[in-house]
Design a protein around this ligand. Structure first.
Ligand SMILES: [Fe+2]
Ligand SMILES: [Fe+2]
Length: 247
């Protein structure tokens, strides 16, 4: 039995992406085929694969059906986290998605999934992404305070959801946790955050996050060990479409 994770598949079987810049980078060429091949060679039916958000470019569930079917057809048990691009996933309708895709896909929000004696907990998360104002040397000298305020509200809401997830697992007797976020746990201005502090509070052994695309963004947040928690970025382009083994 093994636990794998990857994020940001940004599938688009039903969406025309000509207007989007993302796919210009070579790493995205035929990424669905590369990922499928890697999954087929690694993941066994008894394994679990966590997909850490940004599954599809579709704007509603009807536009995501083929993308979600592609994920359902991958080997192993699939657990999905909500990403900022997942417009098909209304935060209030997670239970409905779980009913709709019962036996195929598992949606993680305000709940948890067991993995051996671990609880897999998580939420979308949030971090402040600017805009930042730079001086001539490229150093940050300021940022949009309006966006910062909005961002603080989103962080507060998401930490509440994360606590709901931890508490649900704790109530059922779980004491070992792997924590998943879509957004990085910290913004580029921070060394820690409400998310890292919650990981430490509950004694999460690992924090897995995605969302950061492109060489220049891969190291925006924490990699490796910090205060007893191991942090890993699993965005698909960072992993070159090879899911990371977590346990
Ligand atoms: Fe993404
Ligand atoms: Fe994202």
């Amino acid at each position: 039995m093994a636990l794998y994770a990857i994020g940001d598949l940004h599938l688009h079987f039903q969406t025309d992406l000509r207007a989007k810049a993302q796919l210009k980078d070579r790493v995205w060429k035929n990424h669905e085929q590369k990922f499928r091949r890697n999954c087929d060679s690694r993941i066994q039916p008894e394994d679990t694969l966590v997909l850490a958000g940004d599954h599809s470019w579709g704007r509603n569930l009807a536009e995501c059906e083929q993308d979600l079917q592609y994920i359902a057809d991958l080997p192993g048990r699939k657990i999905l986290l909500r990403g900022n691009h997942d417009m098909f996933w209304d935060a209030k309708k997670t239970a409905e998605l779980n009913r709709l895709y019962a036996g195929k896909l598992n949606f993680l929000q305000d709940n948890y999934y067991p993995y051996g004696d671990y609880a897999l907990v998580g939420t979308k998360g949030h971090c402040f992404e600017g805009p930042f104002y730079l001086n001539r040397l490229g150093q940050i000298v300021g940022w949009s305070e309006e966006n910062e305020k909005r961002s603080e509200k989103l962080v507060a809401r998401e930490t509440e959801r994360l606590r709901t997830s931890f508490e649900a697992a704790k109530r059922d007797g779980f004491r070992r946790f792997i924590m998943f976020l879509h957004f990085p746990p910290t913004s580029i201005l921070e060394d820690d955050s409400p998310f890292t502090r919650m990981a430490e509070e509950y004694g999460a052994e690992q924090v897995i996050y995605a969302h950061s695309h492109g060489e220049s963004r891969f190291y925006d947040s924490i990699h490796g060990e910090k205060n007893g928690v191991r942090y890993s970025l699993v965005s698909g382009d960072f992993l070159r479409w090879d899911p990371l083994r977590i346990l």
